[in-house]
Design a protein around this ligand. Structure first.
Ligand code: ASP
Length: 436
């Protein structure tokens, strides 16, 4: 028998009609036994997300002000959900308990987690399922990393028949206090639950029919990706593809459990499968990119003969706690590409330190760069991928400022001026779209 974990995102659980669709999906397949729920999301574009209201409540309470407004809206949302779904749910007593702790903690984690907690309690009630509180069995180490003991602890709670509902987004620190993942973190919980319950499949139900080969705001007719490997997806996510939280891959990838991205509004759609290895070797499976990069170029004659030159440059980044993304090099040149947000407030001091430590012939800074990743594991079986890519960019009149191919031959990263981001992605998409 197959065992499936299903995670439902906030827009899939925004109101009673949505939740009914979710219930139908769960009931349609008895293998769907482990349910991970987000907090109710927006019903309309200008609606409020429950999680955002809870962050607001925390901040108001910390300032000692009156938080009756967010509390009232949350109460109304859950009262309506319970009524329309036909269950008794004592939202008032839950909110009284939450209100008591609203300003108790310095960080908002406890408050932010309550949307998932309440929604999962409600859904467990509707389904007649066992509710499992992650505060008891998803554990973080003091460093903030997930404690691997989680898998056994949580696994033990997910034994036996029937349905289980686990709130997404949070766990607990060694002292028992609630700690959330970063925003969108219910995806990570889903992955942890799939591994702890030894599932064969992790279905991640969201509001889109899978990953597209490129951002549809840039390439409106972008094709859906049928199958993508964990590694390919990491590259795409890192460069801006956002359907799945970028930490959600690790728990399942080490166990080889595939993730199926599916659309609650279109449950018959095939979605995107994320797997360890894929059969079809189309050279390029996706293109992602974004703006906000700066390149630091260091030039020095006979740099390669100078012992410890590179180490001295990198030690500057290390000391300032700034991470860099790419490092293309030449014989007498070395460039580092860094996200602008990493350099914020530290840029000048970093440049000065590099100048002092390396005494370069020239040190230049190029800001306003966009980086674009063209990703596909099939690339290493194909001759001429880079030629095709650069040819397409030349025809589109895009100047390539920097190019970097990972040694895994799974991606080619190019840097272009920010203003060229869209036309570059369009040109790359068009040239690889039909190439097999
Ligand atoms: N509700 C949380 C958020 O809005 C977590 C999640 O939905 O995954 O970020």
């Amino acid at each position: 028998m197959t065992r499936i974990t299903c995670k439902f995102g906030g827009t899939s659980l925004a109101d009673a009609a949505c939740i009914r669709e979710v219930l139908a999906i769960i009931r349609a397949n008895p293998d769907r036994r482990f349910i991970v729920a987000s907090a109710p999301g927006k019903r309309t574009p200008d609606d409020k997300k429950i999680t955002d209201l809870l962050y607001a409540w925390h901040s108001i309470a910390r300032q000692g002000l009156d938080a009756s407004e967010p509390r009232r809206i949350i109460e109304a949302r859950f009262t309506e959900l319970a009524r329309e779904l036909g269950v008794t749910f004592d939202i008032d007593s839950h909110l009284r308990e939450i209100a008591e702790l609203a300003g108790a903690y310095e960080t908002p984690d406890y408050m932010a987690s309550r949307g998932e907690y309440l929604n999962s309690r409600l859904i467990a009630e509707v389904l007649g399922a066992v509710f499992v509180d992650p505060a008891d069995c998803i554990k973080f180490k003091a460093s903030g990393e997930l404690d691997p003991a989680t898998y056994d602890l949580l696994g033990a709670r997910l034994q036996g028949g029937g349905l289980f509902v686990v709130p997404g987004f949070y766990g607990a620190m060694p002292d028992g206090s609630v700690r959330t993942f970063s925003r969108g973190g219910s995806d990570v919980t889903g992955s942890i639950v799939a591994r702890a319950s030894k599932c064969d499949l992790y279905e991640n139900w969201t509001d889109v029919s899978g990953f597209l080969m490129a951002d549809p705001r840039i390439v409106p007719n972008a094709k859906r990706i049928e199958e993508v490997t964990y590694k390919e997806l990491r590259e795409l996510a890192y460069m801006g593809a956002t359907v799945l939280h970028d930490e959600a891959i690790f728990p399942v990838s080490t166990a080889g459990i595939p993730i199926h991205i599916r659309n609650t509004k279109d449950p018959k759609a095939p979605g995107t499968m994320i797997v360890a290895a894929r059969e079809s070797h189309t050279p390029v499976c996706g293109i992602a990119g974004h703006t906000g990069f700066t390149m630091i170029n260091i030039e020095k004659t006979l740099m390669n003969k100078e012992k410890g030159f590179g180490v001295r440059v990198l030690s500057v980044f290390d000391e300032f706690g700034v991470s860099w993304e790419h490092m293309p090099t030449g014989i007498d040149t070395m460039s580092l590409i860094v996200r602008d947000q990493e350099l914020k407030g530290k840029g000048d001091a970093i440049f000065e330190a590099i100048q002092k430590r390396t005494d370069p012939d020239e040190l230049t800074i190029t800001s306003g760069l966009a980086m674009i990743a063209t990703v596909g594991q099939g690339m290493n079986h194909h001759v001429g991928v880079a030629a095709r890519l650069t040819g397409a960019l030349a025809r589109a009149g895009v100047n390539i400022r920097v190019i970097d191919q990972g040694s895994s031959e799974m991606n080619i990263i190019i840097g272009v001026e920010e203003g060229d981001l869209k036309s570059a992605i369009q040109a790359i998409y068009e040239t690889f779209d039909t190439w097999t």
